[in-house]
Write a protein that binds this ligand. Structure first.
Ligand SMILES: NC(=O)c1ccc[n+]([C@@H]2O[C@H](COP(=O)([O-])OP(=O)(O)OC[C@H]3O[C@@H](n4cnc5c(N)ncnc54)[C@H](OP(=O)(O)O)[C@@H]3O)[C@@H](O)[C@H]2O)c1
Length: 334
C-alpha cells in the first residue's frame, strides 16, 4: 500500500509517500481501507517527534479516518469485511490501509459521506469531552471558544449550540477567520489580534453577556489569548486547556482561581479513547446522531489527495485551516 512514511522525526516538508507492506490485523483488531483521513494539527507534532506520544519508527501519521473494513482479526465481534466505519488511532491514518482496535471503529450511519465521517473524528470527540466531561457544561450557559475558526474551534461552537448554550462567542485572528466562526454558529465574534487583548477581551465579553462573563472557555490556542480569557470568565467559570496552537504554553495565575471560584481543567482526549472506549463509542453515536439531525455539520474547507498532505499541514501550521482539511485516499471505495 501507499502511505505517508516517517523514517526519522523531521519537519513534515522532508517526509514523503512510500510503498510499504499492508498491515495485518492482530487479535481484536481490524484493517480499514481508508477513503478519507482527517488532517489534524497534532499530526505535525507527531511527525516532528514533539508530541506526547512518539510512535516507534518508521510509522505513518494520522489520527482519524473513515473507510471500509478489509480484514478482521481473531476475536473481533460485530464487524465484517465491507462495513463502513469511522476509525480513531494514535497514528497510521495517512495511508491506504490502517490497522485499528475494533473498539476504536464506529459504524457509520447510512447517508453520512466518508469525508464528513472523517471530519467528525478527533476534533468533535475532543470538543464533546471538553464541554461535557471537563467543563461540566449546562444548557443556558455562555461559552467563549478560542481558535474559533480551526478544527477544535468550529466543533466546539457547533456542539455548544447543539447542547443548548445561550451565547457562544468565537475568538479569532483576522476577518476571514471571523466569517468561518460566524458560519459555524457563533452568536458573536471577537478579535484576538488586538494590541490590548488583556483588557479588550474582558470588555467585549462582558458587554456581549450583559455583564455576566462566560461560564466556559474552550482554549486550543494558549499564549496571550489564554491569559485574557481568564479575565473574561464569570463567577464559578471553567476553562478547559486543549492545546497551544499559538506555540506558547501560558502560565496560570493562581490568584484568579481564588478570586472568582474559577476551575481550570486539562483535556487529553486520547486518554478517554484508551481508558474508556465505551464512553468514546457513545460520544461518537451521539455525534453521528447530531449530524443526522442537522445540529452539527463539519466545515470542510478543502479536500486534497493524499499526495498533497504537505499543503494540508502547511495550512494547519499557519492557522489557516478554516474548519477541517480532509485527505482523500481511496475515493473509489465509497
Ligand atoms: N487535548 C487534546 O486531546 C487535543 C486534541 C486535538 C487537538 N489538540 C490541540 O488543539 C490545538 C488546536 O487544534 P485544531 O485542530 O483546532 O488546530 P487548527 O485547525 O489548526 O486550528 C487552530 C486555530 O488556532 C488559532 N490560532 C491562533 N494563533 C495561532 C497561531 N499562532 N498559529 C496557528 N493557529 C493559531 C487559529 O484560529 P483563529 O484565527 O480562529 O484564532 C487556528 O485556526 C492544537 O494545539 C492541537 O494539538 C488537542
Amino acid at each position: 500500500m501507499r502511505a505517508v512514511y516517517v523514517r526519522n522525526f523531521a519537519p513534515f516538508e522532508q517526509i514523503d509517500i512510500a510503498e510499504v507492506d499492508d498491515p495485518v490485523p492482530g487479535s481484536g483488531e481490524v484493517v480499514v481501507d481508508v477513503v478519507a483521513a482527517e488532517a489534524n494539527y497534532p499530526d505535525i507534532l507527531v511527525i516532528e517527534g514533539k508530541y506526547q506520544v512518539k510512535p516507534p519508527l518508521p510509522f505513518s501519521p494520522g489520527k482519524a479516518a473513515a473507510g471500509r473494513i478489509s480484514a478482521v482479526g481473531s476475536g473481533v465481534k460485530g464487524f465484517s469485511i465491507g462495513d463502513a466505519v469511522a476509525v480513531q488511532v494514535e497514528y497510521g491514518a495517512y495511508a491506504e490501509k490502517v490497522r485499528a482496535r475494533a473498539e476504536s471503529c464506529f459504524r457509520m450511519p447510512d447517508g453520512v459521506p466518508f469525508e464528513k465521517a472523517a471530519a467528525l473524528g478527533l476534533v468533535y470527540q475532543t470538543a464533546w469531552f471538553a464541554l461535557k466531561e471537563r467543563a461540566n457544561f449546562k444548557p443556558g450557559e455562555r461559552v467563549l471558544v478560542l481558535g474559533a475558526s480551526g478544527g477544535i474551534g468550529v466543533a466546539s461552537i457547533q456542539l455548544a449550540k447543539a447542547f443548548g448554550a445561550s451565547t457562544v462567542i468565537g475568538g479569532v485572528l483576522g476577518a476571514s477567520n471571523a466569517e468561518v466562526a460566524r458560519q459555524a454558529g457563533a452568536d458573536h465574534v471577537v478579535d484576538l489580534g488586538v494590541p490590548n487583548l488583556r483588557d479588550q477581551l474582558k470588555t467585549d465579553v462582558f458587554a456581549l453577556t450583559n455583564g455576566h462573563g462566560v461560564d466556559v472557555v474552550i482554549d486550543p490556542v494558549g499564549g496571550a489569548a489564554n491569559a485574557a480569557a481568564f479575565r473574561a470568565l464569570a463567577w464559578c467559570g471553567r476553562l478547559v486547556i486543549i492545546g497551544f496552537a499559538s506555540g506558547e504554553i501560558p502560565t496560570i495565575k493562581a490568584n484568579y482561581l481564588l478570586v472568582k471560584n474559577i476551575a481550570v481543567t486539562g483535556l487529553q482526549w486520547s486518554d478517554y479513547r484508551d481508558r474508556t472506549p465505551d464512553r468514546v463509542t457513545q460520544a461518537q453515536k451521539e455525534l453521528f446522531d447530531l449530524y443526522s439531525r442537522g445540529l452539527i455539520d463539519p466545515v470542510i474547507s478543502r479536500i486534497v489527495p493524499l499526495v498533497d498532505f504537505k499543503s494540508a499541514l502547511s495550512a494547519l501550521q499557519a492557522g489557516q485551516a478554516q474548519g477541517k482539511i480532509i485527505l482523500q485516499v481511496r475515493p473509489e471505495l465509497r
